[in-house]
Ligand binder design. Structure first.
Ligand code: PFF
Length: 463
C-alpha cells in the first residue's frame, strides 16, 4: 500500500470529502459555544470577515501545496523547501493533539445517540445529566475508544471506499436537519422565575447583531483570538490535512471552485448551528448562560429543544445525534488519514501498521482527556478566559499556539521564499480565473503573518 497514491474519483467526491473533514464538531459543537462566550454577534462578524480573507488564504495555500507536491504534509513541506521540512513534523503533531480530545467529544455524541436510539432521549434533558455523565469514570472512556475504533476502521479501509462514499450521503442530510432545527429554535419562548420573558427571536438578534457597547480592546482581542483558532479548526487548515487531501486531487480538477464550495459549506453549517443553539441558550439562560457557556453547551441545549417537542423530539433527536456522529466521524477520519498518510509516505509502513500505531497513541491520550473530568480533574485559567481541564488545555495548545505557528511559518514560506506565484500557478493550472488573486497575495505576504504573530504573542500571554 505504500506504493501508489490514492486519489479521489472526481471533483464532487473531493469537495464532499474535504467538506466532510471541515464540517464536524467544530461547526456544531465548538462554534456555538465560542460564539456564546464571546457575545454572539461580535464573534460572528469577526469570524465571517476572517473566513473570506484569512481562511480562504490558508485553504488555497494548503490545497495547492498538496496538489503540487503530490505528498502528504510530512514530506510536502520538504519538497517545497528543504529548510522548512520541520513544518511537516509540526503538521503531523497538530492532528495528533486534536484527535484524542475530538474523539472524546465524539464519544459524548455517541453516548447521546445511543440514549436517543434506545428511547432514553428524554433523560438527557434532565438537569445535571451531562455533568454526571462526563464525570463518571468508565462510560465516557468506553465511548471514546469506540469512536476511535470506528475512525481507525474507515482509515484502514482507505480513502475511496471509506471517506468518499460516507460523505456523499451524510452531508446533505445533516444540512437539512440543521436548517429544520434552527427554524424551530426561533419559536421558543420562556418566562424565567423573575418574570422575564425571552424569545428565540431575541436570541437570534444576540447571535447576529454585534453589540459594540462596553467593547474593550481586551475583549476584542480575545474574540479575534478565539475566531482565528475556530477558523483553523473548522476549515481543518493549519493541520496538514488539506495538504494531504490536496495531494489526492487530480491536476485537471478546478481547485478554485472547490475551495469556494468548501468554504461556503463550512461557514454555512457553522452559522446554522449557531442559529440552532444560541437562541435556545438565550431563551433558557439569558445573557448569564451565554457568558458561561462551555464545551457542554450543545449537550445541554439540544436535549432541551428535543424534549420540548415530545415524541417527535425523541425521533428527531435520534436522527440528529446520528448525523452529528457521522459528521464527527468524517472529520476524525480526515485527521487520522492525515497522520496515517504521513506515516506511510515517510516511513514506508503499511496502512494497517500506521493505523494501528496511531490508534494506540490516540487511545492513550484520549483516556487522559476523559480522566480529566474525574480522577485527573484540575482547574487552569487560560489567557482567553477559559478555566481549563485537559480537553480545553489540548484545545488551547493546538488552536491558539501550534496552529497559528504552523500557519505563520507556512505564510512566510509561501509569501516570501517560494513566492505566491507558485501557488497561483498551481491554482490556475488549467487557466481558471482567480478573482481573489490580489487579496491572496496581500494576505499571505503581509496581513496573515502580522495577525498570526500578534495572536501567538497574545496566546502565550505576552500581552
Ligand atoms: N474541521 C473539523 C471540525 O470542524 O469539526 C475538525 C478538524 C478536522 C480539525 C481535521 C482539524 C483537522 F485536522
Amino acid at each position: 500500500m505504500a506504493g501508489k497514491r490514492s486519489s479521489f474519483s472526481g471533483t464532487i467526491g473531493f469537495v464532499l470529502a474535504a467538506a466532510g473533514s471541515a464540517v464536524g464538531l467544530g461547526n456544531i459543537w465548538r462554534f456555538p459555544y465560542l460564539a456564546a462566550k464571546d457575545g454572539g454577534g461580535l464573534f460572528l462578524l469577526v469570524y465571517l470577515i476572517l473566513a473570506v480573507t484569512f481562511g480562504f488564504t490558508l485553504l488555497t495555500t494548503e490545497l495547492a501545496i498538496g496538489r503540487k507536491t503530490r505528498r502528504s504534509s510530512l514530506s510536502a513541506y520538504r519538497r517545497l523547501n528543504p529548510r522548512f521540512k520541520n513544518l511537516g513534523i509540526l503538521a503531523l503533531i497538530i492532528p495528533m493533539v486534536i484527535l484524542p480530545y475530538y474523539s472524546a467529544v465524539g464519544g459524548w455524541v455517541m453516548k447521546y445517540t445511543v440514549a436517543y436510539l434506545t428511547g432514553n432521549g428524554a433523560e438527557t434533558a434532565t438537569d445535571g445529566y451531562f455533568n454526571n455523565f462526563i464525570s463518571s469514570e468508565t462510560e465516557p472512556l468506553i465511548y471514546t475508544i469506540l469512536f476511535m475504533a470506528a475512525t481507525a476502521y474507515v482509515v484502514y479501509r482507505g480513502v475511496n471506499k471509506g471517506i468518499e462514499s460516507s460523505s456523499k450521503i451524510l452531508m446533505p442530510i445533516l444540512l437539512l436537519m440543521i436548517v429544520g432545527i434552527a427554524i424551530f429554535s426561533m419559536t421558543f419562548e420562556y418566562t424565567s422565575d423573575d418574570g422575564v420573558t425571552r424569545s428565540g427571536l431575541d436570541g437570534l438578534k444576540v447571535f447576529v447583531i454585534p453589540d459594540f457597547t462596553d467593547l474593550t480592546l481586551d475583549k476584542l482581542s480575545i474574540t479575534i483570538m478565539d475566531a482565528i483558532g475556530q477558523l483553523f479548526f473548522s476549515l481543518s487548515v493549519a493541520t496538514g490535512i488539506m495538504i494531504t487531501y490536496g495531494s489526492y486531487v487530480k491536476s485537471e480538477d478546478n481547485l478554485i471552485k472547490s475551495i469556494n464550495k468548501i468554504e461556503i459549506f463550512d461557514t454555512l453549517v457553522a452559522f446554522l448551528a449557531g442559529m440552532m443553539i444560541i437562541p435556545v441558550v438565550f431563551v433558557f439562560m439569558g445573557q448569564e448562560g451565554m457568558n458561561h457557556s462551555g464545551p457542554g453547551l450543545m449537550f445541554i441545549c439540544l436535549p432541551k429543544i428535543f424534549s420540548s417537542m415530545g415524541t417527535v423530539g425523541t425521533v428527531l433527536g435520534a436522527v440528529f445525534f446520528t448525523m452529528v456522529l457521522f459528521a464527527a466521524l468524517t472529520s476524525a477520519i480526515s485527521m487520522m488519514e492525515g497522520i496515517v498518510a504521513s506515516f506511510i509516505d515517510k516511513f514506508g509502513y503499511s496502512r494497517r501498521k500506521s493505523t494501528a500505531i496511531e490508534f494506540v497513541i490516540c487511545a492513550v491520550v484520549g483516556v487522559l482527556v476523559c480522566l480529566g473530568y474525574n480522577i485527573l480533574y484540575f482547574e487552569l485559567p487560560l489567557p482567553n478566559g477559559v478555566t481549563a481541564q485537559i480537553l480545553d488545555l489540548l484545545d488551547y495548545i493546538s488552536n491558539n499556539m501550534l496552529m497559528p505557528l504552523l500557519a505563520l511559518l507556512t505564510c512566510v514560506l509561501v509569501g516570501w521564499i517560494t513566492k505566491p506565484k507558485k501557488i497561483i500557478d498551481e491554482i490556475t493550472l488549467n487557466g481558471e480565473p482567480f478573482t481573489r488573486k490580489g487579496l491572496y497575495v496581500v494576505m499571505v505576504k503581509y496581513i496573515a503573518p502580522i495577525l498570526l504573530m500578534l495572536l501567538l504573542f497574545k496566546s502565550v500571554g505576552v500581552f
